[in-house]
Write a protein that binds this ligand. Structure first.
Ligand SMILES: [Zn+2]
Length: 84
């Protein structure tokens, strides 16, 4: 089925931009403002939803994002109280 091409991608871009704005365009782990990505707090592979709300997403820089898979303590620092 390839009849619904870009709607989901478009929605994701809008949501990602909203999450970055909420987080002040800064990595929520190290505070960097370069190479920002938006990622799931709970990876889909670990039971997270594939259609997350903004509260289930977090802004991370590329280096923190690539570290998160193997480091539980990084993940804990994401859970800053202001969006719990
Ligand atoms: Zn970072």
């Amino acid at each position: 089925m390839s009849t619904r091409p870009d709607l989901r991608t478009y929605g994701w871009k809008v949501q990602a931009e909203r999450v970055k704005a909420r987080d002040g365009y800064a990595c929520q782990s190290c505070g960097s403002d370069s190479d920002l990505t938006v990622d799931h707090l709970v990876p889909v592979a670990a039971g997270g939803t594939t259609e997350p709300t903004d509260d289930e997403l977090v802004t991370l820089c590329r280096s923190c994002n690539s570290r998160k898979g193997s480091r539980t303590e990084v993940r804990l620092t994401w859970r800053s109280p202001r969006w719990l």
